[in-house]
Design a protein around this ligand. Structure first.
Ligand code: CDP
Length: 796
């Protein structure tokens, strides 16, 4: 370790496993969440939700609710319509009902709101609202929605004659057809990635405060993207943008749930404007689970053209995404099905073709990128399930088949068949580390031995590279707003600093890691740098935090703004040292005279000079802002290997071991990175094994509570063995970092499912849909058949 590296760890720079500074206030119960915000004269809002999934509203009588003492306002869709707010635009160029006017389109849809002195009165008043519904047939999967005589769910939309949201395609159809003509073997797979829910501990909420005297609207709210919300409020409510302040205080987990704009936010804002008092809305758990933040719910079907020796010649894929009643997910405008076409990006496949269709159903809006870069979770899940099926069809070893088809280290930059440019990685090396760690060959022998005695052991591999860090702005925008990010750094005269970015931490530890980047670039100890995010009046414009874009984009902006500060500090140093700029060199935290290294000035001395002793003509102060538009996405790589034992009597499966090898380039804070991986693996395990949120034939949401929709506790969660020895710096990121936040949640599920399917090898069972519940495994084993898991759930 060099002297500089030693210094860097001491000041909490790059590579230091600094404890998370934000945890101090969380552990002491001193966090400041939206529900902690209490303002003078504040009222409370509750939402009346539809009990039916699909029904025409014939009348709404609110008179009894208005009459309840303590009620200040009852909002209905009709009232919202008088202000042109009954519908709002979504982040995907669709519209969404704020409060239902004509029809309800999913169970749990917002029908009316009551604003009262306290939440209990508001809730009671909601129950006094009388709504007459005329039920319509509910549609709970795309196939029902595509039936010729299916009711048109979005009959509010002019020209919408069916339930199709979009058709989209990418790739080379003719070339792919030719590849299939040349194939020795064609391997096929079809599966459903079920609806899942990010289910953060903190639900959504807002406190809207409109001040008539100043005309200023301040909204404290649970949002991962405050600046986008500010722009949307300005456009929808027709308020001047500079008079809107969105403050996203501490967030108790987001995972994508807190990206969309929800009716509760809009209603609390309108109520505050009408009543000229602060209005608080805090969603309850069932409200959160039934109406916000649904992810996945997609049907994936594909086939792979293969040569006998294992070379992949091409693939075709079709997806049908169940979007619920409104196409409301946030994703880059150009890509209707998110980054689904990043599928198979780790493999050198010459040609491919992907078609995607979106369908409306009677469910809450779906497609939220739950710990996922716009559908990459589904893309990578299908990829790794397909890789396993193809290797089995060819009779090849799982690891060897993957290795043979990996993009090789010297093939970068590599253009994938569906158009992405991957730029770096050491895929085979990561796989080797993983195989050695799990002791692959020994396990395969043990598995064969166990099989002879009737014990079912299995091993599942998942290897993937993931596109993280949208933009660049050329290709990525949301509602036309280009995707880049920002950092603003103010170094005070005593050498202490405050950094603000356009990202918004929700538990990822930005307050800790961004200060480490400043420490690395400037030598200011991390503890001397305060990081603030989430207040649109103070933070520079940014697109927020989701899709693991913070480190690739905002983190890069932090490095770039630090470099701008260093460039000015160099001029100050030259002035203080009375030499020309060209004669000085930099080492961590200090400029020195090249010819006389003992003569130097620290960054702190430069900071003081910026306010007290600047050269003639220099603008005072040591502050700057950087907007960073990345040249490409970052491409981390991961290998996840799981071993399981399946009980043939009950279908229960236990994880024996799980090995994770993540290459996310340079790790800013190794401890935080490990935390991100463990959290992601736990969510992956939950999706694969237990999370069940589905719908019955009547359109009822089954699983809108924690009795049915399970979150793994420490008791169920398996142990993880993490490996960090492979580091391939990102070639274009200023500090070589790649994103990591969601890799394990994206790549993990296939490893678990592949392990169970491997244990069932030889039974002819090709697929069990997630969650791979014991009864599904038992059914597959007993009847030797695939088990599909899409709604409606069976009533027996
Ligand atoms: O966008 P989000 O913060 O969810 O994801 P991320 O950019 O992957 O970062 C998650 C956390 O891991 C942040 O605190 C990062 O600074 C940290 N991280 C790191 O220390 N080193 C990396 N190479 C990537 C992320």
């Amino acid at each position: 370790m060099t002297t500089q590296a030693l210094d860097e760890i001491k000041i909490g720079g790059l590579g230091a496993s600094r404890k998370r500074v934000e945890d101090d206030r969380f552990i002491r119960g001193k966090g400041n969440y939206t529900d902690d915000v209490v303002l003078p004269g504040m009222l409370h809002m509750e939402i009346l939700r539809s009990p039916l999934p699909h029904a025409r509203i014939t009348s709404i009588d609110t008179s009894k609710a208005w009459a309840l003492p303590g009620v200040h306002l009852v909002l209905t869709g009709e009232m919202m319509a008088t202000r042109n707010l009954a519908w709002m635009p979504t982040l995907s160029y669709d519209t969404q009902a704020v409060l239902a006017t004509d029809k309800v389109r999913f169970q749990g849809q917002e029908v009316a709101c009551v604003i009262a002195d306290d939440p209990y009165i508001a809730k009671d008043a909601c129950e006094l609202i009388e709504v007459d519904y005329e039920p319509l047939p509910p549609i709970v999967n795309p196939w029902q929605g595509l039936e010729p005589d299916a009711p048109v769910i979005r009959d509010d939309k002019e020209g919408q004659a069916d339930n199709v949201v979009y058709n989209w395609e990418v790739g080379d159809k003719a070339g792919t057809d030719r590849a299939f003509e040349q194939a020795d073997v064609v391997s096929k797979l079809e599966l459903h990635y079920p609806r899942s829910h990010p289910s953060p501990i903190e639900c959504c909420g807002s406190v809207a405060d409109f001040n008539r005297a100043t005309q200023k609207l301040t909204v404290y709210m649970t949002t991962q993207a405050p600046h986008i919300i500010r722009a949307a409020v300005a456009m929808v409510a027709e308020l001047p943008e500079q008079m809107i302040r969105i403050i996203s205080p501490d967030i108790g987990g987001g995972f994508g749930n807190k990206v969309p704009i929800y009716p509760g936010y809009v209603c609390s804002i309108l109520a505050s404007i009408l009543l000229e008092r602060p209005v608080k809305w805090i969603e309850d758990k069932t409200g959160n689970l039934i109406s916000t933040g649904f992810a996945r719910d997609i049907y994936l079907k594909g086939e792979m053209a293969l040569r006998k020796d294992g070379k992949i010649l091409g693939f075709r894929m079709h997806t049908d995404a169940d979007h619920g009643a409104f196409f409301a997910d946030a994703q880059p405008s150009k890509f209707k099905i998110g980054l689904m076409h990043s599928t198979f990006a780790a493999y050198d496949i010459p040609v491919a073709h992907l078609t995607a269709r979106g369908v409306y159903t009677n469910k809450a809006p779906g497609g939220v990128a739950y710990r996922c870069s716009f559908r990459v979770t589904e893309a990578m899940f299908f990829q790794e399930r397909m890789m396993q099926a193809a290797a089995d069809d060819l009779g090849l070893d799982q690891a060897a088949f993957r290795r043979m088809n990996f993009v090789r280290d010297d093939d970068f930059p590599h253009r994938t068949a569906l158009g992405f440019l991957t730029d770096s990685g050491q895929y085979a090396k990561c796989l080797d580390v993983g195989l050695a760690a799990i002791d692959y060959d020994s396990f395969r022998k043990e598995q064969a031995e166990a099989r002879k005695r009737g014990r079912l052991l299995g091993l599942g591999i998942s290897t993937m590279t993931e596109p993280l860090g949208a933009g660049n702005s050329r290709e990525y925008d949301i509602l036309g707003i280009k995707m880049f990010d920002s950092a603003d750094l103010k170094v005070h005269m005593t050498g202490k600093a405050i950094l603000r970015t356009g990202a918004k931490t929700q538990g990822q530890g930005h307050e800790t890691t961004w200060a480490q980047i400043v420490a690395h670039e400037l030598g200011i100890p991390a503890e001397d740098v305060t990081v603030e995010e989430g207040d649109t009046d103070t933070a520079p414009f940014g697109m927020g935090t989701y899709a693991s874009r913070s480190t690739p984009v905002a983190g890069a902006a932090v490095a770039m703004v630090s470099r701008k500060i260093r460039a000015k500090a160099r001029k100050l140093a030259a002035h203080l040292l009375e030499v020309s700029e060209e004669d000085i060199d930099w080492e961590l935290g200090r400029f020195y005279v090249r010819s006389a290294p003992s003569q130097g000035v620290s960054i702190q001395e430069c900071a003081m000079a910026a306010y007290s002793n600047m050269p003639d003509g220099m603008e005072p102060g040591l502050e700057n802002t950087a907007y960073y538009d990345p040249p490409n996405l970052t491409w981390p790589f991961a290998v996840y290997i799981v071993t399981v034992e399946v009980d043939p009597e009950t279908g229960v499966w236990d994880v024996l071991r799980m090995v994770a090898v993540d290459d996310c380039g340079v790790r800013i804070n190794p401890m935080i990175v490990e935390g991100q991986i463990m959290g992601g693996l736990t969510e992956a395990y939950a999706m694969a094994s237990m999370q069940f949120i589905t719908f019955d034939a009547d359109g009822n949401c089954v699983g809108s509570n924690y009795m049915d929709y399970l979150l793994p506790s420490a008791w169920e969660t398996p142990g993880y063995e993490l490996h960090s020895e492979v580091v391939t710096p990102c070639p274009h990121h200023p500090i070589g970092a790649k994103g990591i936040g969601e890799c394990a949640a994206v790549g993990g599920p296939a490893a678990f499912v592949n392990a169970v399917m491997d244990a069932l090898g030889g039974t002819g069972v090709r697929n069990i849909d997630m969650p791979v519940l014991p009864d599904r495994v038992w059914e597959a084993l007993t009847y030797r058949r695939d088990v599909a898991g899409y709604p409606p759930v069976r009533q027996d």
